[in-house]
Design a protein around this ligand. Sequence first.
Ligand code: LLP
Length: 418
Amino acid sequence: MGNYTFCGVDAVELAEKYGTPLYVMSEDEITRRLREIKSCFEGGRADRATFFAAKSFLTKDMLRILTREGAGLDVVSEGELYLAREMAFPPERIAFHGNSKTELEITRGIEYGVGKFVSDSVEEIELIDARARLAGVKAHVLIRVAPGVEGHTHRHISTGGADSKFGLSLSSVTEAISLCGVFKNVSLDGFHFHVGSQCMDNSAHVEALRVILTMMLKLRDTNGFEARTLDMGGGFGVRYTDNDSPQPIAEFICGMTECVGKFCKESGMTMPALIVEPGRWVTAEAGITLYTVGSVKRIPGGRTYIGVDGGFPDNPRPALYDAKYEAVLANKFGVPPEETVTIAGKCCESGDVLIHDIALPRAARGDIIAVLGTGAYNHTMANNYNKNTIPAIVMIKDGKPRLSVRRQSFAAMFAGDI
Ligand code: LLP
């Protein structure tokens, strides 16, 4: 019995020093995961690249880690691109995504010289061509295709189906390729797909690959268009609770690369350069969030609610996706569970519940709760509902914590008010 430690650091001491709610991230774990993907996917090959999905976690420190590790970056807005620019992230290693980019975003992407635009429409490619012409450059573009395959995941994070706002439908690709033929300042390098997020195995990815590769072969034979690059998206699942048993990453990714290799060998198609775009897999399990218990409400004959000092503003995922998490009582770690409780957030919103029905030791006001696996899509999706400020991030490296992002101040929260 004692205090819960995360990456060798006492979580209760972190809460005392930096205050709660607090995001705690492990630089070591992020680095280890980036390297694991690199070794099982890239294996030193120049025609493979890992582009981290910024939407899952993006801070200056994260960009420093990615730069150091030689990873690429998938951005989806001017804001994400802005931070990458601020940190002088290598532009050639940036892929600019988005189903509805603004003209300004396209201009900024061209100005900074992003390595690739991933585009969902001919109209957008036309605009990219016009901006590239003005700048006197050639922009590289991948067409995002909706393979008509659903990721086997929550419907809000499944993106590859035919009825999706993302990607060009398969039946429009041939026409799009010929329309793009007139654009002089665009080089059409190939295709992109992303079936969905938090996929427990690669079955949907492999199914989508078969569809896209067949499409690529047909385009080669009928249009003479040979795709040089294939971006297979992200979506590799992680373990949030015991109910999640994701396929090991090496197996997940090797199954995909083998599928491409086999198809190309059998069909005589040239092997394209390959890209993956993991977000969650790199950061989710590298992070926890610490909270202080503010209230304990025991309903006679009913539930026990443990109220904490955060919730929906720092982690809207349970409310949005019915996401599940595990938690520990950090200052009573190792004490056998005594009761089943519901961990409730502090917002004026009954849906603001972080965890339903979790067995914990008996909690009291002032205890520290650590919610585990919060490193992806928590800080990036944080909001100011009820005018709560966005928590600080502490980064741990080699067992040493450091402040990585300051807690948002009230002044910063209201800075735009006139
Ligand atoms: N590439 C593209 C084009 C994507 O749309 C996404 C995620 C990724 C890569 C990275 O997916 P990951 O490897 O992280 O699963 N807010 C939701 C997740 C939305 C994901 C959207 N796209 C959540 O909190 O679960």
